[in-house]
Design a protein around this ligand. Structure first.
Ligand code: GTP
Ligand code: MG
Length: 345
């Protein structure tokens, strides 16, 4: 594209869905690491943020994505827990997102947290696609690792592909029952009005090239104007988690969705009793493709731009709250920033 990519921010993608339908596995497949193995009982208990740069997306998507067609820097994925007790975390992730992936197990179909996630997406008017996951579990499936969906479809017997079609049409029917017009992603072009359904396997990687292509297309086409933010302005973000970090004290894992944060900035953070006014002690960035939740070797950075996941170390963060706003003061009037944070609590 002609535009300078530094003026476009990374779209934030929430990954939502029922417990065990494969959200973490899908991200895991994408980042090629094994976060899932470090999870207690394989249940995602916290929101994590993973930045995937455009060159990584285009290498996974192969022929489907030409990096020259895109001027977005990549995608920032937010994993959310599917377990029923984590409604707040799910809505926090959903509210932060520019676009979303709703993961549905093809065999298990729509389940309570699938419906709850749809409700969050509906309320926040977040455009989304459906990843119909675990296609490799269709009996008789003939897997081609990491293949785009059309090639792997053709490698199935008629019986296997009609089994898959049945499950996919059931999902499309369920979406329609909830008021969403949906179709297989290669049939519908207008994903603003039509929800695209992408068959995938987080296990074999089949359909993952298509999923990433559709996500990039969706962001590029519909989100671009909103992505054109002043990336040099004072940062604005949301606290995902408040965590003790060895050598740093209390830190906040934050998704920055606007502007920049610098290592010498003053911040206002939403607290349990009142807004916390503090100075950044260190900005700790997970390495690219690393998962903020499990990555222990952070890199200290002087400045970070939206959108990104960043761990902020600062004094007085003990009373900070997950879900609370974070705002950089910089050249602004401190009282005004405090009022903005209070208004968002
Ligand atoms: P929560 O975070 O607890 O909501 O679950 P999740 O949606 O993140 O599911 P997770 O990725 O932890 O996967 C749940 C189980 O399904 C694991 O045992 C995965 O190995 C398995 N699984 C996920 N995706 C696939 C897939 O595409 N095919 C197969 N065969 N198994 C899968
Ligand atoms: Mg998970």
């Amino acid at each position: 594209g002609a535009r300078n990519s530094t003026s476009l921010r990374t779209p934030i993608v929430a990954v939502l869905g029922h417990v065990d339908h494969g959200k973490t596995s899908l991200l895991d497949k994408i980042r090629g690491s094994a976060v899932i193995e470090g999870e207690a009982g394989a249940i995602t208990q916290h929101i994590g943020a993973t930045a995937v740069p455009l060159d990584v997306i285009s290498s996974i998507a192969g022929d489907l994505v030409d990096p020259d067609d895109f001027d977005l820097p990549g995608l920032l994925f937010i994993d959310t827990p599917g377990h029923h007790s984590f409604t707040t975390l799910r809505s926090r992730g959903g509210a932060l997102a520019d676009i979303a992936i709703l993961v549905v197990d093809v065999n298990d179909g729509f389940q309570p947290q699938t419906l709850e996630a749809l409700d969050i997406l509906k309320r926040s008017e977040t455009p989304f696609i459906v990843a119909a996951n675990k296609i490799d579990t269709v009996p008789g499936w003939n897997a081609t690792e990491d293949s785009p969906i059309n090639a792997t479809y053709e490698a199935q017997t008629d019986r296997v592909s009609s089994r898959l079609d049945e499950s996919l049409y059931e999902i499309i029917g369920n979406l329609s029952d909830e008021g969403f017009s949906a179709d297989l992603y290669w049939r519908g072009q207008n994903f603003q009005r039509n929800v695209g359904v992408v068959p995938v396997s987080a296990m074999t990687g089949e359909g993952v090239p298509d999923l990433l292509t559709v996500m990039m297309g969706l962001s590029q086409r519909y989100m671009k104007e909103e992505m054109e933010i002043d990336v040099t302005g004072p940062g604005v973000g949301t606290v995902l988690e408040v965590k003790e970090e060895k050598g740093f004290g209390t830190t906040i894992d934050t998704v920055l969705y606007d502007g920049t944060i610098r290592a010498d900035d003053q911040l206002v953070v939403g607290g349990m009793n009142e807004p916390i006014v503090t100075d950044v002690r260190a900005l700790l960035q997970p390495r690219p493709l690393a998962e903020i939740r499990t990555e222990s070797r952070f890199e200290k950075v002087d400045e970070i731009s939206a959108a990104s996941g960043i761990k902020i170390a600062a004094p007085e963060l003990e009373d900070a709250m997950a879900g609370a706003p974070v705002r950089v003061v910089r050249n602004r009037d401190l009282d005004e920033v405090i009022q903005e944070v209070e208004a968002e609590l």
